[in-house]
Design a protein around this ligand. Structure first.
Ligand SMILES: Nc1nc2c(ncn2[C@@H]2O[C@H](COP(=O)(O)OP(=O)(O)OP(=O)(O)O)[C@@H](O)[C@H]2O)c(=O)[nH]1
Ligand SMILES: [Mg+2]
Length: 471
């Protein structure tokens, strides 16, 4: 096996802000400094092994290369998490591995902007009609959106030109964008081709968001070749259907395919899921995250209908050729430093992850799937024994929460919720005082200042061991 495939291609996926780039940065930092012994590497039998002579990005450096040293330098300088990913980036790691006769192992990673993951549905839905139908199906699951959707349908029924329809679609997106990010498709509405986010585009000089600017700056597809969904019953009659179909095809080919091709080449798929944030955001965000991840994983499933259809169509299926190399999916609950270690040690976090992705795993069986948890950067700690009064269901952490009450960004003791035993069937509504609380954090005060001291992490090694060992 080692001879046949010494390279493992790993696609790092997950919805926006799951922590993909932070994970990659921390992992490369630890691998670069592997001699520091802060990353315990194990083989498939769970025995510790040594890896050495690590080379990162040893090939040709292109504009696509994830320049990890620059990212680390910036992190050290600013003492802030890496910047949001504007476009996909790749990097490679090669190292010698103890216990292998042919002892070099090579990994190739691709990191994506989370927004683009939502576009995977566009790959699965090869026609404009299917994509439109999918859009209306997805929004129908959010009853709060019904009046806006009805308004949109009425507008397009009465509009005679494509521009009016696209404008009506942007008006609809303007209403839902902040709350229901993963329903926004095509993803250029969230992050344009040049890597500018919708928030960047509408920010005023003083840093405030000017909502009036959304419609004039939003792009629904490629600039000059936009499209908007049309309800199935109207598709045959609308005068601009043909134009939208062409523009949709163009978007798929020019913008999407080169990017998604990178995910389709992966041997291993990492799906990072930020459970603390989802619990804080509530039921809708949770449902959308599950739906997005399901679309991603089922589309990539080598035995799934998408690929089977392609292989049968091309005759490859009967020759036994498998068009997708994907061997394994690893679901990772991220940013676990935002919860109390008790909830990691008692396996609650992995149980919640299992509850969230269990339905997806059963749909892609027999594809191998694993689950684990990780904090790529450990920014909190449990204060030494204290007599603090703890409210029911709360736990105490020490760190720098990005929360009201800590404007000076000092290390303080603060309360977080205990994780629930199961995913709640009903979440507290936004803004309610009993909403879950796991604040985002700043870098800890003891964050290293020097390159040779990679940051503290929790369980990063487990994810790495999953990557380098086949189940
Ligand atoms: N406490 C903590 N916060 C984290 C960690 N990783 C990420 N974050 C937080 O999550 C934010 C987003 O992290 P990124 O690594 O940029 O997330 P991403 O998945 O690459 O996001 P996109 O590039 O937008 O798709 C950061 O700015 C941090 O606030 C972590 O290990 N611990
Ligand atoms: Mg990123």
């Amino acid at each position: 096996m080692i001879f046949s495939n010494p390279t493992t291609k790993v696609a790092i996926t997950g919805i926006a802000e799951a922590g993909k780039t932070t994970f990659l940065t921390s992992l490369l930092w630890h691998l670069d400094q592997i001699g520091s012994g802060k990353l315990e590497v194990r083989n498939g039998k769970n025995n510790p092994i040594d890896i050495y002579k690590a080379k990162i990005n040893d090939g040709k450096i292109t504009k696509r290369t994830f320049q990890y040293k620059q990212v680390i330098a910036e992190v050290l300088h600013t003492r802030e998490f890496p910047q949001k990913t504007a476009d996909w980036r790749e990097c490679s790691v090669e190292f010698a591995r103890e216990g292998w006769w042919y002892n070099r192992q090579r990994l190739e990673f691709v990191d994506f902007p989370g927004e683009r993951i939502v576009d995977v549905a566009l790959m699965a839905y090869s026609s404009f009609d299917q994509w439109s139908a999918h859009f209306f199906e997805a929004v129908a699951n959010v009853p709060q959106l019904t009046p806006y959707i009805n308004e949109y349908k009425t507008k397009i029924q009465t509009s005679t030109d494509a521009a009016a329809c696209i404008r009506a679609y942007k008006e609809l997106i303007e209403k839902i964008i902040g709350e229901y990010g993963s329903l926004v498709s095509p993803s250029t509405l969230l992050l344009d081709e040049k890597g500018k986010t919708w928030k960047d585009k509408i920010k005023t000089a003083s840093g405030k968001l000017d909502k009036q600017q959304f419609i004039p700056t939003a792009v629904s597809g490629l600039l000059g070749f936009e499209f908007a969904p049309i309800p199935v019953e109207l598709v045959p009659t609308m005068p601009f259907t043909r134009q939208f179909k062409k523009n949709y095809e163009r978007y798929r080919k020019k913008a999407l395919f080169p990017l998604i091709k990178q995910v389709f080449r992966a041997d291993k798929l990492l799906v990072l899921i930020n459970i603390p944030e989802l619990l804080m955001e509530g039921g809708e965000a949770y449902n959308q995250a599950v739906a997005t991840i399901e679309a991603l994983v089922t589309t990539l499933d080598p035995a799934g209908s998408f690929w089977k259809g392609f292989a049968i169509w091309s005759g490859l299926y009967f020759l036994g050729w498998n068009p997708v190399p994907l061997r394994e999916v690893i679901f990772v609950a991220t940013q676990t430093d935002r919860i109390h270690p008790d909830d990691i040690n008692n396996d609650k976090i992995v149980r919640l992850l299992g509850e969230m992705v269990g339905g997806i795993i059963s749909k892609v069986r027999p594809l191998k799937c694993q689950k684990t948890h990780c904090a790529a950067i450990q920014s909190t700690y449990v204060p030494p024994k204290s007599n603090d009064a703890i409210t029911d269901g709360k736990k105490i952490l020490c760190g720098i929460p990005q929360a009201a009450g800590n404007p000076q960004c000092r290390t303080i003791k603060y309360e977080v919720d205990a994780l629930p035993a199961t995913i709640p069937s009903k979440f507290a509504t936004k803004g309610a005082p009993n909403k879950y609380c796991f604040p985002k954090t700043c870098f800890p005060e003891d964050f290293p200042e020097i390159m040779s001291h990679p940051p503290k992490h929790n369980n990063l090694n487990a994810v790495f061991n999953f990557i380098i060992n086949d189940k």
